[in-house]
Design a protein around this ligand. Structure first.
Ligand SMILES: Cc1cc2nc3c(=O)[nH]c(=O)nc-3n(C[C@H](O)[C@H](O)[C@H](O)COP(=O)(O)O)c2cc1C
Length: 181
């Protein structure tokens, strides 16, 4: 059984990315995994200040925001799932802030090992739509020595207010990924 922490870096509760994450979670739960989900959209999350306060051996970040709830969850989980909408061909700022703030759990640039998954949604649906964040995700996971165990990219989502939509095939795809973890 995996202990999975799902970080949703979208601003819209029950929006496309949140739905994709929930489909993944349903699959992972069906497979017997334990899930904790954190939706960042209604919470404050600041970028890392680079103050170095966390690097004195105690791993305590000086910024008082939602990451203070997330750090203990990070300690307990073995798998981290990043769920983000595509914003200007990259991950959302919330998702990036979460990644930058991982610095606090490092010691001499070494990070506790986790498995990781990337889930994304976008309006566009070209073969290259997710190229930048996929490449970035590969670099980051390699740099911090995390093991990528899956990615799911849902293109062609409508993000317009009142017309938000994600295709059922994507929800099925994310469910399948979760259920085969
Ligand atoms: C600020 C902003 C930037 C976006 N940038 C892109 C983009 O670069 N490429 C793209 O295909 N879709 C882009 N989109 C569309 C979203 O990625 C898409 O609608 C997504 O499914 C929204 O997810 P949500 O419902 O979780 O907010 C953007 C949307 C917003 C609000």
């Amino acid at each position: 059984m995996r202990k999975i922490l799902v970080i949703v870096g979208s601003g819209i509760k029950n929006g496309n990315t949140d739905k994709l994450a929930d489909a993944y979670i349903k699959g992972a739960e069906a497979a017997g995994h334990e899930i904790t989900k954190v939706f960042l959209g209604d919470k404050e999350i600041a970028g890392c200040r680079g103050c170095g306060a966390c690097q004195n051996g105690k791993h305590i970040c000086a910024i008082d925001d939602v990451m203070q709830e997330i750090y203990p969850l990070l300690e307990k989980c073995d798998t981290v799932v990043l769920a983000s909408p595509l914003y200007f061909w990259s991950i959302s700022a919330r998702t990036k802030a979460f990644i930058d703030r991982l610095y606090a759990i490092s010691t001499d640039d070494k990070y506790p090992h986790k498995n990781s998954v990337l889930l994304m949604t976008a309006g566009d649906d070209q073969f290259w739509t997710f190229e930048q964040p996929a490449s970035y995700y590969r670099f980051v996971t390699k740099a911090i020595d995390w093991t990528d165990i899956g990615m799911y990219f849902a293109g062609g989502c409508n993000g317009e207010a009142g017309k938000r939509h994600i295709d059922e095939k994507h929800l099925e795809g994310a469910y399948l990924l979760g259920s085969t973890m």
